[in-house]
Design a binder for this molecule. Structure first.
Ligand code: BJ8
Length: 425
């Protein structure tokens, strides 16, 4: 541990604040994850990753940097990990899910901004995030107005901030914009890494990310079983670790867990009794350690069987094609894949609604909980359309709007319990 202290201090962290944060996290983890019953053995790996998320994993990043590799941090699933791997870089997620140092964040940002953005700033200004401090490059993207403008404020706080412009409509012009932006991003990556993307390096990057997505999609398939072999909380955790861990090791660990879950399913074992209420979650992404709503849902008698979220199936649902023999063809495959992401910043955004309905059916859910972060305009506005369409199609829907505080826990629990009663049938 003392080694880490030195590493954290060299990264410029505020050691006291960081210790306090880790101790709150470790207690929350204990109460939320380790207290669950019937957890698969394979979750031990993810418990270990979480216990070392600011320790061993950061050490790995620092060792890789010492060997000349770059670390690239990002806040959005529109930043292709394949490209970062193709210059032998390491991709890490920087979104944050805890109400930490909001006072600090609110000195540079308005109060009425979503908790995800405020949290990322709270972590940065409070000097408690070793990931952002380890980054050679931080990548922002023009998605919602909140993030887009907040990056201007973030720019002087980080070593190198690069912005990817994103289309907001699924048109040919939109796709051309995405292509131009990804090509510019490749130039930037090649510049800072000093490595050129080749057909082999890009193909390897695509293969690694495809394998990672395949593993989480395999896990997702297994959640169709009744009883579900894994809790929604644990599945969410895996989807969160997706953004931090070494991709190959992560893939192997998810596949090993899936082997175990297949055995469980054969034996009829699960985390809840057969026939228990199944729900799916849809909406804003949940970054570590944002576990509030899933915890309430799963301690109120329902099991979550799917997440229509960027930390979930919206982020992982398509693989990248590997056809083609040139770098340019592989880049086109990447563009085709990423252009399908149905974030609510797109207008109109019909494929997201179709995906929610498809997931509802596929995972045999009984209701949809639409999760909005307060002040997240794209998802809140879209949620009204989603709710009326789902209810109109006989799909019970509960629309929640919350933040990272614990103040509304009681109120949320009451609403979630009433919803579970409604869909129990
Ligand atoms: S592709 S969902 S990861 S933008 S919650 S910061 S939208 S105000 S995170 Fe996202 Fe990329 Fe879209 Fe996915 Fe803004 Fe909403 Fe906050 Fe959000």
């Amino acid at each position: 541990m003392s080694d880490y202290k030195q590493m954290w201090s060299e990264l410029g962290l505020d050691l006291n604040a960081h210790d306090a944060l880790l101790s709150v996290l470790s207690e929350a983890y204990q109460n939320i994850f380790l207290a669950q019953k019937m957890r698969p053995q394979g979750m031990k790996y993810f418990d270990f990753v979480m216990s070392e998320v600011h320790g061993l994993r950061i050490k790995e990043l620092m060792d890789a940097k010492a060997e000349g590799r770059i670390v690239v941090g990002s806040y959005c699933v529109f930043v292709p990990e394949e490209l970062i791997l193709a210059v032998d870089g390491i991709s890490v997620g920087l979104c944050a899910g805890a109400e930490f140092n909001f006072e600090g964040a609110e000195q540079v940002l308005p109060r009425n901004l979503c908790a995800l953005i405020k949290s990322a700033f709270g972590f940065k200004l409070g000097r408690v995030c070793p990931y952002i401090e380890a980054c050679d490059l931080v990548v922002g993207e023009n998605t919602c107005d909140g993030k887009k403008k907040a990056y201007e404020v973030l720019s002087p706080m980080v070593k190198d901030l690069y912005i990817i412009d994103l289309p907001q409509m699924k048109t040919d012009t939109g796709k051309m914009l995405l292509k131009g932006e990804y090509l510019k991003f490749i130039t930037k990556l090649e510049e800072i890494s000093g490595k050129k993307i080749t057909y082999e390096s890009l193909k390897k990057g695509i293969d690694i990310v495809n394998a990672k997505r395949k593993a989480v999609l395999r896990l997702q398939e297994l959640r169709k079983a009744d009883p579900p072999p894994i809790s929604g909380l644990d599945a969410l955790l895996i989807n969160q670790v997706f953004f931090y861990d070494d991709p190959v090791r992560f893939t192997n660990s998810v596949n090993a867990l899936c082997d175990e879950l297949e055995e469980r399913i054969k034996k009829g074992e699960g985390v809840s009794p057969e026939g228990a209420v199944r729900v799916m979650i849809s909406g804003c992404p949940m970054a570590v350690p944002n576990w509030k709503v899933p915890y309430i849902v799963e301690t109120s008698g329902a099991t979550i069987v799917g997440e229509e979220s960027c930390v979930g199936e919206r982020g992982t649902q398509w693989l990248t094609e590997t056809k083609g023999t040139t770098v340019s063809e592989l880049i086109d495959n990447i563009i085709d894949r990423y252009f399908k992401i149905d974030c609510a910043i797109f207008t109109p955004n019909p494929s997201r609604l179709e995906h929610i309905k498809e997931m509802f059916k596929k995972y045999n859910a009984k209701g949809v909980i639409h999760y909005n972060l307060q002040f997240c305009q794209p998802y809140i506005i879209e949620s009204g359309l989603v709710e009326s369409n789902l209810e109109g199609n006989g799909i019970p829907t509960l629309r929640l709007e919350t933040d990272y505080s614990q103040e509304d826990t009681g109120q949320l629990k009451t609403r979630i319990e009433a919803f579970i009663e409604r869909i129990k049938g």
